[in-house]
Design a protein around this ligand. Structure first.
Ligand code: PDD
Length: 287
């Protein structure tokens, strides 16, 4: 079955959806995005993603596409048209395509934003067998720009980080700035010491994960202590458990960093429990 995607008001077969070579995202990485997961054919935390998207647009002074208020309907229609039970919806908004390359932002009166959405079918996403053995990470220097709270499509360094991890025989990389972990290449990073979850506090240094917000809420409800503070790689090596969160991995245990086993090298019981709670509770609230 060929995938049906959405581009600027139209549902099209993927091969027919074309964007101009002058699009600002293509030339300047001038675009923002969201990834929303789908479980049981329903959207997980749609409102959270829509709010963060609006914030990203505001921070960059990027106009909203005309269809902004119809985004829920568009997500649902793509799920329906592509028969998605488990997977993700990728959404991207760019500052549009003026008729030439120019550093100066185009006039929003004459250049409309580009809006693209497509589905990614991932059967078995909730029951991902990787969660049972956990993932290995390496640490790398965080050399990204200073506004990581905005979800832009400037993903070259995260992409290089994944390649560095792959070369080192690991699955992902945790980034470190001034001696402290910021986040994973495409996820938020946590350690657990005793009954306490430790994760970096929200600031411009990291993406304000939608999964993070939910998981920390569930952790507090489950009587776990949450400390939002900086932590070092030495603390990670010494932790009882570690994990990452994101819309595509939910809660994923981390069992090794830079070749050193964390918590005996197997997924921790608290991380696995948080994964269960997260999946259960977000499914109940899915739309
Ligand atoms: N990435 N930090 C970074 C740098 C991310 O790219 C992501 C998400 C997160 C987690 O945010 P959330 O819980 O809202 O998914 C944290 C998405 C999944 C991606 O780029 O594919």
């Amino acid at each position: 079955m060929t995938r049906t995607v959405y581009l600027n008001g139209e549902y099209l077969p993927e091969a027919e959806a074309k964007v101009s070579i002058f699009d600002r995202a293509f030339l300047m990485a001038d675009g923002v995005y969201e990834v929303t997961s789908v479980l049981d054919g329903k959207l997980i935390d749609f409102d959270g993603h829509a709010k963060r998207l609006e914030r990203s647009l505001n921070e960059l002074d990027m106009p909203k596409p005309k269809a902004f208020d119809d985004l829920l309907e568009i997500h649902r229609e793509l799920v329906r048209l592509n028969g998605i039970e488990e997977g993700m919806i990728y959404l991207q908004i760019t500052r549009g395509a003026p008729d030439d390359r120019d550093f100066v932002f185009p006039d929003p009166e004459t250049t409309e934003p580009t809006l693209v959405l497509f589905t990614q079918n991932k059967p078995g996403l909730a029951n991902n067998p990787v969660a049972k053995k956990g993932i290995k990470v390496i640490s790398i220097e965080d050399v990204r720009w200073g506004r990581r709270d905005i979800k832009t499509v400037q993903l070259l360094y995260p992409s290089m980080g994944k390649m560095m991890a792959k070369k080192a025989g690991a699955d992902d990389a945790w980034m470190v700035e001034d001696g402290f972990v910021t986040e994973g290449t495409s996820n938020n990073a946590y350690i657990i010491k005793g009954n306490t979850i430790i994760t970096r506090a929200l600031s411009n240094d990291i993406l304000h994960g939608i999964t993070r917000a939910a998981v920390l809420r569930f952790a507090r409800e489950a009587q776990m202590k949450v400390e939002e503070r900086n932590f070092t790689i030495d603390e990670v090596k010494d932790a009882d458990e570690a994990f990452v969160t994101s819309a595509s991995t939910f809660v994923m245990p981390v069992v090794e960093i830079d070749g050193a086993a964390i918590g005996g090298g197997v997924p921790g019981e608290r991380a696995l429990r948080l994964r269960e709670i997260y999946l259960e509770e977000s499914l109940k609230a899915a739309v």
